[in-house]
Design a protein around this ligand. Structure first.
Ligand code: PLP
Length: 365
């Protein structure tokens, strides 16, 4: 099978599985316990915290483990940090757009250009916001936002800034300190770690109210017995992502260049956000005269997995809210498929994909 949907999820790395297995077996201690078996679990969690902190240059004590990126985004928005005016963008993931809290009396949705880049002008025109949430990289187009520039502006207004870095993690270098953000969401299953595990990095834990209350785990920020094996896996995946980041980036970039060079030979094809900073593994492609969902199904029959826009949203949405925000012609938006490459893809797979895609387009047009 040819798997080109790594922005939806990634397969567990075998090295990650190996580190997780003991914690699904003999090492079953509750990390809150005081005896040796429990302390082994506690120490494994702390090692994972340090590995993740190293990947993003954050302080380990700022990391709150959650059940994934969705919970991290919910915690960022609903833990009481927003006092009056929340600013976010039209292209955020549904776990932001569907989670805007009541506490935000005013909510401003910032638009994007046709290139998928958030309008800095609109942000600077909205003077009085106290909390902003902008994604570092978009899950559909891969467009990378200039979060550092936005943060500098937010600091002048004494506002807090959160970034959803779920898609950027492991694909580009991320420096929490240098970005200057207050909060950041990340997720394990996008970097060859297990599903159902993620984290919110927060400099302001003392100002936050937990969503889950109970036994006081994660320094009171997220009660519930920790998912030790998943956290261990997330930590190992983060370590591998740090050590292999450059290699993975170069590999993705080389494959995508090869793919896009061939795609440009097909008439009436558009690559969205092509000329702005973009995740090296992502190509969202509009194919005039076709329907994305149909292409997806026909590629599936050929054992090739791609997505039509965001996988999480594709059951519900007729077409992508991201492409709509970019004011892409609705017909072209409907034709979009997203190819997101991973560390184990090959040039030969790209050749097979392009050959099959050409045949399918010819049949559909
Ligand atoms: C940008 C972005 N944020 C958040 C999420 C949600 O993460 P999770 O699947 O870990 O809940 C996703 C998942 O696709 C995403 O792409």
């Amino acid at each position: 099978m040819i798997y080109f949907d790594h922005n939806a999820t990634t397969a567990l790395d075998e090295r990650v599985l190996e580190e997780m297995l003991p914690f699904l077996g003999q090492l079953h201690g509750n990390p809150s316990g005081l005896y040796r078996l429990a302390r082994v679990s506690r120490s494994a969690i702390e090692t994972a915290r340090e590995r993740i902190a190293q990947l993003i240059n954050a302080q380990p004590e700022h990391i709150i483990f959650t059940s994934g990126g969705t919970e991290a985004n919910n915690l960022a928005l609903k833990s009481g940090l927003i006092k009056s005016h929340l600013m976010t963008s039209e292209i955020e993931h549904p776990s932001i757009l569907e989670s805007l809290p009541e506490s935000a009396l005013k909510k401003t949705l910032i638009g994007v250009g046709t290139d998928g880049i958030i309008s800095f002008q609109e942000i600077s025109d909205a003077a009085d916001f106290d909390f902003a949430s902008f994604m570092l990289a978009n899950n559909e187009t891969g467009a990378i936002q200039d979060i550092k520039k936005i943060t500098q502006l937010a600091k002048n207004r004494a506002a807090l800034i959160h970034t959803d870095a779920v898609q950027a993690l492991g694909k580009i270098s991320i420096d929490f300190q240098d970005l200057g953000v207050d909060l950041m969401s990340i997720s394990s299953h996008k970097i060859y770690g297990p599903k159902g595990c993620g984290a919110l990095i927060s400099k302001h834990k003392s100002l936050m109210t937990a969503l889950m209350t109970g036994g006081g785990q994660e320094q009171g920020m997220r009660a519930g017995t920790e998912n030790v094996a998943a956290i261990v896996g997330f930590g190992k995946a983060a370590e591998l992502a740090r050590l292999e980041l450059e290699e993975r980036q170069e590999h993705s970039f080389k494959l995508r260049e090869y793919l896009e060079r061939q795609l440009h030979g097909i008439p009436a094809i558009k690559i969205f956000s092509e000329f702005v900073p973009r995740l090296p593994n992502t190509a969202q492609i509009g194919i005039q005269g076709c329907i994305g969902e149909m292409l997806l199904m026909q590629l599936d029959q050929q054992n090739i997995a791609v997505s039509s826009g965001s996988a999480c949203a594709s059951n519900e949405e007729a077409s992508s809210h991201v492409l709509a925000a970019m004011r892409i012609d609705p017909e072209l938006a409907q034709s979009a498929i997203r190819v997101s490459l991973g560390k184990n893809n090959t040039l030969e797979e790209i050749d097979v994909f392009v050959q099959k895609l050409k045949q399918i387009i010819a049949k559909n047009r």
